[in-house]
Design a protein around this ligand. Structure first.
Ligand SMILES: [Zn+2]
Length: 333
């Protein structure tokens, strides 16, 4: 469940639209960051599209997370949010299904050479069949066939990730995570560990800013997983690009990109002169656009190159837990 969500976090539809809808390898190959930042700063919130019949409370949680992220990162896109699900095993109502397919395909084909006819089987497989499989999914993908690339945030069956005992409903965190990727993609290519690590860090940071949960809550929980892969000798340096990673590396991409990545981003911010998360947002990201992420990292931390960062981070990972968690208390807004 968790694996599925995470592995599908970032996904491009551009190569998926025609021809490779059923092939997992193509899907994996399609999941990469483009060279130019595809998204731009926009006015206002995303446009929401919801499969009729799905309890509006799930949309409300997702919207809460997206709006929290948008208030912090700024508005990027243009972004469309597609939400669907079913909580019983009844087939989706035919009229609701039709309305969703029509709405999606009108948007997806507008400004492109795609036709509604070729869109229909695509949307059926990618959305309707997934909803009816009762599997949860959440990811960002994008359409760059339009004059201006547009983001689509997809949330299907997110109720499957909801647990009553969770203080913060998981769909809220999914909203934060995926919208953070929209922000990141307004700047430029970053390594997989920085993209996923930044989004996982944001889930904790934004909730912490609201005083709803300590910053260390989730980050402490994922530290053992981040440490668990160290015996393999693999590090975040091996997780710069999930698409070109070998199978032996890719199988640890959750521990490397998400768990270690979140700590690497926290460490990066703590290592910067004023330890400010807002400065990471406002200064570091534009530097990525201007200089590329490797040069941006070097200059931001005043180090020779990324290898210095990687080596320092590994030494940080060797520290006792208490010293690791301490850096979280020292981060500044
Ligand atoms: Zn992600």
């Amino acid at each position: 469940m968790r694996m599925k969500r995470r592995s599908a976090c970032l996904l491009t539809t551009t190569l998926l639209f025609i021809g490779c809808l059923s092939c997992a390898d193509d899907e994996r190959a399609a999941r990469s960051s483009p060279k130019e930042p595809p998204f731009i700063k926009v006015e206002g919130p995303p446009t929401y599209h919801v499969l009729e019949g799905y309890d509006p409370k799930w949309q409300a949680y997702i919207l809460e997370g997206i709006e929290m992220a948008r208030a912090y990162w700024g508005s990027y896109g243009p972004t469309h949010v597609w939400i669907g699900g079913r909580e019983d095993t009844q087939p989706i109502d035919a009229a609701s299904k039709e309305a969703f397919i029509t709405e999606y395909c009108r948007w997806r084909t507008a400004g492109t050479e795609r036709t509604l006819e070729e869109c229909r089987p695509y949307v059926t497989e990618r959305f309707i069949d997934v909803v009816e499989s009762d599997q949860p999914e959440a990811y960002l993908s994008w359409v760059d066939e339009k004059p201006q690339a547009e983001a689509e945030l997809v949330f299907l069956n997110v109720h499957e990730w909801y647990h009553e005992e969770d203080r913060i409903p998981d769909p809220v965190l999914r909203g934060i995570h995926e919208y953070t990727h929209v922000f990141q993609m307004g700047f430029g290519t970053m390594p997989t560990w920085m993209m996923e690590g930044g989004a996982v860090f944001a889930e904790s940071w934004l909730i912490h800013l609201q005083g709803r949960r300590p910053l260390a809550f989730n980050l402490s929980r994922i530290m053992p997983r981040a440490k668990s892969i160290r015996d393999t000798g693999l590090t975040i340096a091996d997780m710069e690009d999930i698409d070109s990673a070998s199978e032996d590396v890719a199988k640890y991409h959750m521990q490397l990109a998400y768990d270690s990545g979140a700590w690497a981003v926290a460490y990066l911010i703590h290592r910067s002169p004023d330890r400010s998360v807002a400065r990471y947002r406002d200064v570091f990201h534009p530097m990525v656009t201007e200089l590329g992420w490797e040069e941006a990292l070097s200059r931001y931390l005043d180090i020779e190159d990324k290898q210095v960062f990687y080596a320092e981070f590994e030494r940080f990972m060797d520290l006792p837990r208490a010293e690791q968690v301490k850096i979280l208390d020292e981060l500044k807004p």
